[in-house]
Write a protein of this length. Structure first.
Length: 185
């Protein structure tokens, strides 16, 4: 089993133009082989324990944990932070103490979008009878919906929603405690 946890921390002070980029985080756990693809590198780079992660997004407000065989990209454009989960499972925790009132984060999948703020949420993308995204809120509130329709739902603590294609399923209450998603295949 491969599990990668990224702890993203970015210094809030501006970095001088001639200085080396500051590490945005550190790999704190790797089981198996893990690679990262960068726009500036033609080949994937193998990650090891305690490797520095260089990003210029999220301002140290989020911890992202992803499961094996997961693919995601992190970006920030004009102040809008986005995690694009292409396939697999991930969880994220946003620090309420470090967020300004106007800040939020978008989680996108091939068929769904979730607006996240000061929360802990797990997201899974699976190919079953089409693309299926399951969004599970462990703490806080998340607004979620299909990318291709105007259907939206509000999810609170211990609630889950599955979006198949562009169809939202019912909001469900969790039957068991939160971190279950990390322990199942």
């Amino acid at each position: 089993m491969l599990r990668l946890t990224l702890f993203l921390l970015v210094a809030l002070a501006p970095v001088p133009t001639l200085a080396q980029p500051q590490a945005a985080g550190t790999v704190i756990n790797v089981e198996g082989t893990t690679t990262v693809a960068r726009a500036t590198s033609p080949q994937p780079i193998v990650l090891s324990l305690k490797d520095a992660i260089f990003l210029n997004v999220f301002g140290g407000k989020v911890v992202v944990t992803m499961r094996e065989r997961s693919a995601l990209t992190l970006s920030e454009v004009h102040g809008l932070a986005t995690i694009n989960l292409v396939t697999g499972k991930m969880a994220l925790a946003l620090s309420k103490d470090r967020m300004r009132p106007e800040e939020s984060l978008e989680v996108r999948t091939p068929n769904a979008i979730a607006w996240v703020r000061s929360t802990i949420v797990a997201v899974e993308v699976a190919e079953r009878l089409g693309v299926e995204t399951t969004i599970t809120v462990l703490r806080g509130v998340v607004f979620a919906g299909s990318i291709s329709s105007l259907s939206r739902a509000s999810l609170g603590p211990n609630q889950s929603l599955t979006i198949t294609g562009n169809v939202l399923g019912p909001v469900r209450m969790l039957e068991r405690p939160a971190p279950w998603w990390m322990n199942e295949g």
